[in-house]
Design a protein. Structure first.
Length: 340
């Protein structure tokens, strides 16, 4: 038993001896002071065990009576303040520990790592885009100017026509050239199937042209026109060109008969194609008929049956070596030849 507790017991014994009934105010005060000192000592012991200093910077008051006076002056007991601060500090420690544990748990979660990686990559992409945009803007304002416009891929179209359509780009910063606008203007030239406009650093603008491939001729009121492999009528035919003439009610890229006709001409071997003078519709408009040199004819069969085009073209070459005037290859497995 501690000395304070022993004193408390003695005082109680003396007080009981003096007054077997209720204690007077002096006794009550002394008993309260003793109880408070016990509580303060226990609170100090708990703080020392928890490593939490007292609110005033001391482990416990130097003099119990001074502590009592300070408690009386402030109107609050020492124990509740010490107990509250100790509990608050312990709660803060527990919260920090729980937060660190939660962070470690999240860092071990594959989904958390993936989200962090995605966020990092997105941030890097945004930064790179910003840097690229700034660099391109600087090239467009202060970059090297165009010194040469190079035209590639032309065989029938004059290079001068392409240069005029591209416009005078000399002196314009190469990065500032409107490549889409240049491509659109060059594409409007008859005979141009596709255009690619690229920059060749430091000072060359390259215009690569893909010309249309002529497949047939079409007689029009304005004279013969070239028809490409897509069925597009695109320019006047040169006087010396030799191509089969399409004799169809309508020639256009969206016409099924036109597409089937140019498909037939492309499927024929070159020696056979050189003998074809006309391609027209047969009786009823559902078949094709080829007009050859030396007044010969080929009955091609239904034009909608495009799957048989390659087989018919394959047997037509050997069949034409036979004497005859009419060659029926509508059934590739049963070819007939007759004189008229």
């Amino acid at each position: 038993m501690s000395s304070d507790e022993q004193d408390t017991g003695d005082d109680r014994a003396r007080d009981g001896a003096r007054s077997p009934g209720r204690r007077d105010p002096e006794q009550e005060r002394r008993a309260a002071e003793r109880a408070r000192r016990i509580r303060e000592r226990r609170a100090a012991e708990r703080r020392a065990a928890a490593g939490t200093p007292a609110a005033d910077g001391h482990d416990e008051p130097d003099d119990p009576e001074d502590a009592d006076d300070r408690a009386a002056d402030t109107g609050e007991a020492a124990e509740p303040a010490g107990r509250g601060s100790g509990r608050g500090a312990a709660a803060a420690v527990r919260e920090r520990t729980a937060a660190r544990a939660a962070e470690r748990s999240r860092s071990r979660d594959p989904r958390y790592r993936r989200r962090r990686l995605v966020a990092l990559l997105a941030t890097a992409a945004v930064v790179l885009l910003g840097v690229s945009a700034a660099g391109w803007w600087a090239l467009g304002r202060y970059g090297p100017p165009v010194a040469t416009v190079r035209v590639d891929g032309t065989r029938q179209i004059p290079v001068r026509d392409v240069e005029d359509a591209a416009g005078d780009q000399t002196g314009v910063p190469l990065a500032a050239v409107d490549t889409d606008g240049v491509a659109a203007r060059v594409s409007a030239i008859p005979g141009v199937a596709a255009v690619e406009v690229d920059r060749s650093w430091p000072d060359t603008l390259v215009v690569a042209v893909t010309e249309r491939t002529p497949a047939a001729l079409l007689d029009t009121p304005d004279g013969p026109k070239l028809v490409d492999v897509t069925g597009f009528v695109y320019r006047d035919a040169p006087p010396d060109v030799r191509l089969p003439r399409l004799q169809l009610p309508r020639v256009a890229p969206d016409d099924p008969a036109t597409l089937a006709a140019v498909g037939v001409l492309q499927a024929l071997p070159v020696p056979v194609r050189d003998q074809v003078q006309t391609l027209s519709l047969g009786g009823g408009g559902s078949t094709f008929e080829l007009g050859l040199t030396e007044d010969r004819r080929v009955l091609w069969g239904p034009w909608s049956d495009t799957d048989q085009a390659a087989a018919r073209a394959r047997v037509l070459g050997p069949v034409l070596q036979r004497e005859g005037a009419v060659y029926d290859v509508s059934s590739p497995s049963l070819v007939t030849v007759r004189q008229r």
